[in-house]
Structure formats: C-alpha cells, structure tokens
Design a protein around this ligand. Structure first.
Ligand SMILES: Nc1nc2c(ncn2[C@@H]2O[C@H](COP(=O)(O)OP(=O)(O)OP(=O)(O)O)[C@@H](O)[C@H]2O)c(=O)[nH]1
Ligand SMILES: [Mg+2]
Length: 294
C-alpha cells in the first residue's frame, strides 16, 4: 500500500519553519535568515521512498498585511490550512503561544491531524520550562499532539518523522517519484540572491527588493545567469549598489558561490539593479513576480 500526502508547515515569522522543512527533506530548498519574513512563497519539498511520498510545504510566516505583497504571503499561508493532510504548526520557545490568536483559532478548527512543533528547544535550560510550555500548548490546542524539537540541531526530528509517516494517508503519489520540489531551477536562483540581500542590507531595504532572473543559459561547463534586483525607489537603488558598487559586488559573490553549490556547476552571475516604483503594492507587478495567479 502506497502512502502520500501534503504535510503543510505554518506558523508565525521566524520560528524556524524553513529550517524544519530543509532538515526534514535533507536539502537546502528554502532560504533561512535571522530576519522575519524571509519566506515569501509556498515552496514544496518532496521526500520519496518506494512506498511513500511526503510533500512538505514551507509557507511565509503569518502576519497582518500592510501592503499587497504581504496579502499574497498571507494567502500562501492560509492556502496551507485548506489542503493539508497533516498540519505542522510551528512555534518556538521564544514567542508567546497566544501571539496570533485568530490564526490559532483556524488551526483549532482543522479536521486533519495537527502536530504542534515547539522548535528551538536547544535554547531552553532545564526540563521544567519545556514541560510547562508543552502543557500550555496542550491547553491551547487540545486535539493536537505537541512535539518539541530543534530543527537546526536535528533534535527529536526522527520522532516527528515517525509520527508523520504513521499519519500519512494511503494514496498514490502526487508528483513524479524523482521530484524534489514544485519550483523551477530559476526560482532557487532568485531565492539565493534574496537570501544574500537579507544578509547584506538593513532595515527596510531587503523588504523592498525583489529578484528576477532575466537570462539563464547553460553554456559549456557553466551557467550564465543575468538577474535583476528590483527596488521601489531611486534612493534604495543607491544603497543596494553601495559605494563604488561594493555592496552589490558582495551580494553577487556570496550568491554565486551558493548557486554553484546548488547546481554543482560553475556560474557566471551578472546582477543589475532597477527601480520598479512601489512594486510591492501593484497587482500587475506581483503577478509578474509570481506572487499572484495571472
Ligand atoms: N537556536 C535555534 N535556532 C533556530 C532553530 N531553527 C531555526 N533557527 C533560527 O531561527 C531563525 C529563523 O529561521 P527560519 O527557518 O528562517 O524561520 P521561518 O519560520 O522560516 O521564518 P520566515 O520565513 O521569516 O517566516 C534563523 O536564524 C534560524 O537559524 C533551532 O532549532 N534552534
Ligand atoms: Mg521561512
């Protein structure tokens, strides 16, 4: 009997959803940074064995939208409540459990199994603090199972995986049995560049940036990539480029290394910066960037 299903990962920003998915899949699919709102899309990571296909979905952290891009991000998170076979509600040992009560209310109404994954337990000292946190979550979501883990240090993930395998419904596979993700190669290029932007710039800059791959050419022995970083205003363009081009050069160098590792090939990366006024608030731009259906 073959088992397959959607294991959707939701939760507030920065709790470690992407770290958890990457650890469960064993590949670097989602980008991870210490900044909130790192993930902007719903990204699938697929694990295949002979008799099983687990389709994980990483989603953006749940937030109150302030502009159209964030509305799309919230839509991705909410879509994961609708089509899950198993829901992983990720929290950590830092946030207040009731931080986002309205989303929790929706999780409480789930008819599929819900696993509350308390992440980052490596940060806790002593068993008592953890026990009381587990107790608190059991009160908040009585039907759910509470599983403490450390996604980064891979603590207790074997138990979490065991429960996922047990709960997975009988079903034929949804994707090819050699598929790793639902996203094309170019997507991972834009994500790697975005990760380096999040690491390089402060404050609002990373949030005002979007990356598009304009050219992706496999040449003999290497990949030639041309990508554009879109910002919302002229002043941001100057900051992204930096003095004498230094900041952009740094982003390009860091990204190229990771893209080479991702494709296991030499990469020639050209980066340009362009202004696309207020793109985060414009529907047609968000469609073009893949945040909304065309
Ligand atoms: N100490 C500790 N840190 C962790 C753990 N898992 C993730 N982190 C860190 O938490 C931060 C956020 O991790 P992400 O995986 O990007 O979190 P996320 O929930 O996907 O965040 P968004 O995409 O912004 O919603 C990063 O700095 C991670 O390194 C863990 O088990 N222990
Ligand atoms: Mg994430």
């Amino acid at each position: 009997m073959h088992k397959a299903g959607f294991v959707n990962i939701v939760g507030n920003p920065n709790v470690g959803k992407s770290t958890l998915m990457n650890s469960l899949v064993g590949e670097r699919i989602s980008i991870i940074t210490s900044k909130a709102q790192t993930t902007r899309h719903r990204i699938m990571g697929i694990v295949n064995t002979d008799d099983m296909q687990i389709v994980y979905s990483d989603t953006p952290g749940v937030l109150v939208p302030n502009y159209k891009l964030q509305e799309s991000m919230l839509n991705f998170s909410q879509s994961a409540l609708v089509d899950a076979d198993i829901l992983l509600y990720v929290t950590d040992v830092v946030e207040t459990p009731t931080k986002n009560q309205s989303f929790l209310d929706k999780v409480a109404q789930e008819t599929v199994p819900v696993l509350v994954v308390i992440n980052k337990i490596d940060l806790l000292q002593g068993q008592e603090a953890l026990e009381s946190l587990v107790e608190e979550w059991k009160q908040l979501l009585p039907k759910a199972e509470v599983i403490p883990v450390s996604a980064q240090y891979k603590f207790n993930l074997d138990y979490l995986l065991k429960r996922i395998q047990e709960l997975l419904p009988p079903s034929p596979p949804f994707f090819d049995k050699d598929a790793l993700t639902d996203k094309p190669a170019r997507f991972f290029v834009t994500e790697i560049i975005r990760e380096k932007i999040l690491l390089t710039y402060d404050k609002e800059i990373p949030y005002a940036c979007e990356v598009a791959v304009e050219q992706f050419k496999e040449e003999e022995g290497r990949i030639h990539i041309m990508a554009v970083i879109y910002v919302e205003r002229d002043s941001q363009k100057g900051i992204v480029i930096g003095k004498g081009g230094s900041a952009l050069k740094k982003v390009g160098m860091l990204a190229r290394k990771d893209i080479e590792a991702f494709f296991d090939k030499k990469v020639f990366l050209e980066l340009y910066v362009k202004v696309e006024k207020d793109w985060r608030s414009r529907e047609n731009k968000l469609k073009g960037f893949g945040y909304m259906p065309e």
